[in-house]
Design a protein around this ligand. Structure first.
Ligand code: MRU
Length: 346
């Protein structure tokens, strides 16, 4: 991704440390934080210094590598097992977190009792997982670009950009690739209450690359659909079930229903780490509930009646019937068939 015309990734490993752009500070401050143990990485995932399903998968993978690098020889296996369990539980909805953590854990334990070698393998496995995510996101852009016709007005929700995936993005990879071919497009960016990933992060990424866009209040999407001003919807996902149901940021389901009513195509874009082959349907996906203060306050400023409770589900489920296609690195598939088709290709 370009930031002030320089190439960046949202996280990377350098000199024994995991580096992350602090996504809580954007777009007002650009700060890079360094982490050298997995407990700090867990906290960064929980407080959303790093967020977005593929990016937390990569952070989890490096978290496992740091656990292996720091673990004593004597308790190596036990430390890794505990780190695996704790990292996976930091955020429950995005399956990518487990995909990344599992990949490093399983690669590493094969090499016990050669602990020195196991440590090297852990870091190599994390690097491999990160590169795979980045390459897949690039391919998602190439696979999906032709869905965006010249002059298209696109709606996206939350941030499914390079920040959320290390580089390129999922929904934003498609938009970036389409823009590179034909800059005649426009993006409506849902602000994405309560944490404003659309207004803060997606708008920032689009602005950095000169892609025409405007932020809209979440509740304004219906107005733009009713005016015939949205041609296509593309979002990311946090988990995709074998029947094609998906979980994504709270509010995605509403946009899918609106798109269905207004006969506007609705697409999901995701790498392979977002598919959960053990999850048959949306109702089986655990939904993360976050602190009520995310609704009632912003950066310490009170926004709501003090004393009223608030409810804060962070994700919702969009059933396969409202999804026109899933854009993957291997092609665009019908939602109901995507997991099976990917299984046949692997
Ligand atoms: O709570 P967040 O910001 O981690 O939620 C992120 C989303 O819902 C994204 O749309 C999803 O992870 C896909 S990112 C490519």
């Amino acid at each position: 991704m370009k930031i002030d015309n320089k190439d960046y990734r949202s996280l990377w490993f350098e000199e024994g440390k995991l580096m992350m752009i602090d996504q809580n500070k954007l777009p007002f401050e650009f700060e890079i934080k360094a982490f050298d143990d997995h407990v700090e990485v867990m906290e960064a995932i929980r407080v959303m210094t790093v967020r977005g399903a593929p990016a937390i998968g990569v952070a989890g993978a490096y978290g496992m590598a740091l656990a292996a690098m720091n673990a004593d020889e004597s308790g190596f296996r036990g430390t890794l097992r505990k780190a695996h369990e704790e990292l996976c539980s930091c955020r429950p909805t995005a399956i990518d977190l487990r995909s990344g953590v599992d990949h490093v854990y399983e690669s590493t334990i094969k090499f016990i009792p050669n602990i020195e070698h196991a440590r090297k393998v852990a870091l190599l496995a994390a690097e491999e997982f990160a590169e795979r995510v980045v390459n897949e996101c690039y391919k998602i852009g190439q696979m999906g670009a032709s869905l965006i016709k010249p002059g298209a007005r696109i709606l996206t929700h939350c941030n499914a950009g390079a920040l959320a995936t290390v580089d390129h993005g999922t929904a934003l990879a498609v938009i970036r690739a389409a823009f590179a071919k034909n800059p005649d497009l426009f993006v409506y960016v849902d602000e994405t209450r309560p944490r404003l990933q659309g207004a803060r992060l997606t708008a920032w990424e689009l602005h950095q690359e000169g892609i025409p866009h405007a932020i809209i209040a979440d509740s304004a999407a219906g107005y733009y659909f009713s005016q015939g001003e949205i041609d296509i919807v593309i979002t990311g996902a946090d988990r995709i079930c074998t029947n094609g149901d998906i979980a994504n940021k709270i509010g995605t389901y509403e946009k899918a229903v609106l798109a269905h009513v207004h006969e506007v195509p609705f697409y999901i874009a995701a790498p392979l780490s977002t598919f959960d082959l053990y999850c048959p349907k949306g109702a089986d996906i655990p939904i993360e509930f976050r602190e009520p203060e995310e609704i009632t306050e912003f950066e310490g400023v009170k926004l709501a009646n003090v004393g009223s409770p608030a409810l804060n589900p962070a994700f919702d489920i969009t059933p396969a019937e409202y999804i026109d296609g899933i854009i993957t690195p291997c092609g665009v598939f019908e939602a109901r068939d995507a997991a099976r088709k990917l299984g046949e290709l692997s």
